[in-house]
Ligand binder design. Structure first.
Ligand code: 7PJ
Length: 285
């Protein structure tokens, strides 16, 4: 991987091989869980969560206004904007790059007007107008692979060779950005753990992290925190998957993943710091 920096809006993030991976903290704004059904408490809660992540050493804050868990219905555009935009404005000057987890071109445009630094698209910028929405900015762009649609993707994921097919998909999207004239130093790739993949598919991809990085020659983001692939090995429910998630993060880091997307920032930062201190000479980095 030749790239030294990920151009990310107001920031240039170091993604040099051998460095400790960056930690992306997940910040969800979903008012459904608040008794007043309104956005005020959700906003307050999200801001204090962000402050805690910053204290815990987060490198990128990933703001999401729509749950893309399997089977959950999509959020209308206006509702997503109402959830996400106030948070972008509230956190704009927090000192950390803000990533927006969305596949809607309209949300991308609004977020970029508000100075968002990165667009993280689980749909790989395949929606009509998605590439146009981001191409003239300087934002970082995370291109993720997904098979099918969030509502139905886990029903029957099928691949002949999951690693080949994910790599080919990502290469096609990288080429689409090249054709659009987008600088390569803005791009990172993501195999999309859990997005239209069985447990076996997910582990085949995790075991081939290094191969994906070499094939695409771009920084790789890995998001496995608390996902069902962790539950499948540990047998633990969602709220007890921290240790398993850290195991997955280290497996990806050891193969050169440069951004790890997690719920538990403090614990992941500690784990990666200790892992890195112990490995830096051992694996010749
Ligand atoms: C991912 C994501 C991921 C990227 C979600 C969850 C589901 N974005 N957004 N990669 N997952 N880039 O966090 O469980 O794996 S939402």
């Amino acid at each position: 991987m030749s790239q030294q920096y990920l151009q990310c809006g107001r920031y240039r993030l170091p993604v040099t091989p051998g460095r400790r991976p960056l930690v992306m903290g997940i910040l969800n704004v979903t008012p459904d869980s608040f008794s007043d059904g309104g956005n005020y408490h959700a906003l307050e809660f999200a801001i204090s969560h962000a402050e805690q992540m910053i204290a815990d050493g987060v490198d990128i804050i990933d703001i999401g206004g729509e749950s893309t868990r399997p089977g959950i219905p999509p959020v209308p555009l206006e509702e997503e904007l109402k959830r996400v935009m106030p948070l972008i404005y509230a956190l704009r000057d927090c000192g950390k790059p803000l990533s927006i987890d969305t596949y809607k071109p309209e949300v991308m445009r609004e977020a970029l007007i508000a100075d968002a630094d990165m667009i993280n698209d689980i749909n790989g910028f395949r929606a009509p107008g998605a590439i146009d929405a981001v191409k003239d900015s300087t934002a970082g762009l995370c291109i993720m692979h997904m098979q099918g649609e969030p509502q139905t993707m886990q029903q029957k994921p099928i691949y002949d060779d999951v690693v080949e097919e994910v790599a080919a998909f990502l290469q096609e999207r990288v080429d689409a950005f090249k054709i659009a004239g987008v600088d390569r130093d803005r791009l990172c790739i993501d195999p999309g753990f859990g997005f239209g993949k069985s447990v076996e598919h997910n582990y085949a991809l995790l075991r081939n992290t290094q191969k994906l990085i070499q094939t695409l020659d771009l920084p790789l983001l890995a998001g496995m925190s608390r996902k069902s692939m962790i539950g499948a090995i540990t047998g633990k429910p969602l709220d007890r998957r921290l240790a398993g998630s850290i195991g997955a993060a280290l497996a990806a880091a050891a193969q050169g993943a440069m951004i790890i997307r997690v719920h538990d920032v403090a614990e992941t930062v500690d784990a990666l710091n200790v892992w890195h201190a112990g490995m830096v000479d051992a694996i010749g980095i």
